[in-house]
Design a protein around this ligand. Structure first.
Ligand code: FAD
Ligand code: DHB
Length: 391
């Protein structure tokens, strides 16, 4: 079979790209290695920026988001046993964020695509992409026990950090930049109403903690833990005790406890591939870059990549010009590096590295005090958190 755009990976990047292309009349096929239930239940990000929400609305994928998503006008930072709220709209000219889980975005996009979109194949494992430097790259995949090929004008790797499309680009053509962090996040999902109206990012002598949520009845919380931590080594009571200690402030605030329904430990990494295109193969989302999760940029960055890419393919279909496609990598990388910086900044300002010196801790606290005392410093955080405009 043949198509214009072969999309490898049916995560948020691949699914949103397919939706945007379908709306623009550009044909494409999505190949996803996992089954539908797995993709729809994989617990990951929870915060959508204005630009991501705008894109979902523009392609008709925001009905449920507009009904069930929680609009947040700010976040709270905690350190030194006190809290400070950052107000997004007043600091950013009206921008805000939405709490709506990645699982729900993925469910909504899959339902639309299966109803009226481009072909989406589950359990289609891509094994290789060949001919990246020819006019017709080919995607090789296995589906229902049969080896198949998909001939494309362009192939887009939306197959995540461990994907295969990046490997279709010869060694020496790409540069990669990487930083691995000496701590991980222990994430839990709990059946208990959130103990806050807005997210809380806490710096504490015991390490970082984050209070997020999935709905008015489900809380999502994270603890900084050493790399290699086994989630099974912590009892539920130990997890709640540790969270309580890290969120503690002077004054009356209480962390409500409830049944923990999921536990997982995730490592943290910064990673960028340059350029994000070689020949007729393009990379988008986690396949091209990874950020540590502090600051909630991963999913939003995947969305902004494919917004740019969909525009470029649309321009090519309408005018025959490859100018936007040729600019894709440079256009995206400017935004990628900004998000890399912000995610690194949030991570290193709020976490305590093993063996961290008192000097470094003082620098962190000084920076947090600066954010609390200067509208300029607060605005810098708010603009990046709520999301820079998608071009
Ligand atoms: P992915 O969501 O990784 O999608 C890639 C898709 O490609 C997958 O469905 C995969 O099955 C498929 N695929 C892979 N290889 C192949 C192949 N060979 N053939 C066919 N299909 C293939 N971000 C936040 O902002 N906050 C968070 O709390 C947060 N938590 C995270 C937790 C984890 C464990 C991970 C891994 C990421 C987390 N992120 C978080 C980041 C965010 O979820 C990602 O940035 C986002 O999922 C990127 O979307 P994507 O579509 O580019 O990649
Ligand atoms: C969530 C994850 C993040 O990385 C973050 O910064 C905020 C919220 C979440 O999963 O809800």
């Amino acid at each position: 079979t043949r198509t214009t755009v072969g999309i490898v990976g049916g995560g948020p990047a691949g699914l949103l790209l397919a939706r945007l292309l379908h709306r623009a009349g550009v044909d494409c096929v999505v190949l996803e290695s996992r089954d539908r239930a797995y993709v729809e239940q994989r617990q990951r990000a929870g915060i959508l920026e204005q630009g991501t929400v705008d894109a979902l609305r523009a392609c008709g994928a925001a009905d449920r988001l507009d009904r069930e998503g929680l609009v947040h006008d700010g976040v709270e930072l905690r350190w030194d046993r006190r809290g400070h709220r950052i107000d997004f709209p007043s600091l950013t000219g009206g921008r805000k964020v939405w709490v709506y889980a990645q699982t729900e975005v993925v469910k909504d996009l899959i339902a639309l695509q299966l109803a009226d979109g481009a072909p989406l194949l589950f359990e289609a494992q891509v094994t290789a992409v060949t001919g990246a430097d020819t006019g017709r790259p080919v995607v090789h995949y296995r589906h229902e026990g049969v080896e198949r090929t998909l001939e494309c004008d362009y192939v887009v790797g939306c197959d995540g950090f461990h994907g295969v499309v990046r490997q279709a680009i010869p060694d020496g053509e790409l540069r990669t930049f990487e930083r691995v962090y000496p701590y991980s996040w222990f994430g839990i999902l709990a059946d208990v109403p959130p103990s806050c109206d807005e997210l809380i990012y806490a710096h504490s002598p015991r390490g970082f903690a984050l209070h997020s949520m999935r709905s008015p009845t489900v809380s999502r919380l994270y603890l900084q833990v050493p790399n290699g931590t086994d989630p099974a080594a912590w009892t539920d009571e130990q997890i709640w005790d540790e969270l309580e200690a890290r969120f503690a402030i002077d004054g009356d605030w209480k962390l409500e406890r409830g049944p923990i329904t999921q536990k997982a430990v995730l490592p943290m990494r910064s990673f960028v591939t340059e350029p994000m295109r070689w020949g007729r193969v393009l990379l988008a989302g986690d396949a091209a870059h990874i950020v540590p999760p502090t600051g909630a940029k991963g999913l939003n960055l995947a969305a902004s990549d494919v917004i740019v890419l969909a525009r470029a393919f649309t321009a090519l279909a309408r005018t025959g010009s490859t100018a936007e496609l040729d600019a894709y990598s440079d256009t995206c990388l400017r935004r990628v590096w900004r998000a890399e910086h912000f995610s690194w900044f949030m991570t290193t300002t709020l976490h305590t590295a093993p063996g961290q010196s008192e000097f470094d801790t003082r620098l962190q606290l000084s920076q947090l005090d600066r954010i609390a005392s200067s509208p300029h410093a607060a605005a810098e955080l708010a603009e990046n958190y709520a999301g820079l405009p998608v071009f």
